[in-house]
Design a protein around this ligand. Structure first.
Ligand SMILES: [Zn+2]
Length: 166
């Protein structure tokens, strides 16, 4: 079985996604998902992914806990992680995502980080800004803009790829 990272890299390859920011909404739609905001979800819920084969329904909903554009993108990528890693074909399924630290949540987060910040693009971007000797805060801000993700997300990805700034 592929690791979450390997699975995300496979999805990027199969969809010819090599430029950032990754268009995660189009990607979800390509796999048949509708993507919607849903304020009715509980306040701690970031997102929900639901598949109902009988009704031919596949949806990703973004909850109140994902408040801005960047967080919404991260949630969609995370829910796609559940789809590619945990979903079994033709079954009815529902995943609700919050900040609980269980295995499936961690795996989906890892998938999302690789999907939205592919390793090659991320390393290249950091090298570029390092060469230009930007200050640390400005550099992280620029990386957030380039990949359209939040600062927390960038910092976690930096830890994962062992990118340290001086
Ligand atoms: Zn989740």
């Amino acid at each position: 079985m592929l690791t979450p990272k390997e699975k995300a890299e496979e999805v990027l390859r199969e969809n010819n996604l090599s430029k950032v920011p990754i268009d995660v909404v189009s990607l979800a739609q390509r796999y048949g998902f509708s993507v919607e905001l849903n304020n009715q979800l509980l306040s701690n819920v970031k997102g929900r992914m639901e598949i109902d084969p009988a009704k031919q329904r596949k949806s990703i909903e973004i909850g109140p806990a994902a408040k801005n554009y960047e967080k919404s993108r991260e949630v969609i990528a995370h829910e796609l992680g559940h789809y590619f890693i945990h979903y079994r074909d033709s079954q009815k399924a529902e995943f609700r995502s919050d900040d609980t630290n269980d295995v499936q949540e961690r795996e989906s987060d890892e998938f999302a980080r690789t999907l939205l910040m592919p390793e090659v693009n991320t390393k290249k971007a950091f090298q570029f800004y390092e060469k230009n000797q930007e200050r640390r805060a400005e550099m992280i801000g620029a990386i957030c803009g380039l990949f359209a993700v939040s600062e927390d997300f960038v910092k976690k990805r930096m830890e994962e790829l062992k990118i340290a700034l001086v």
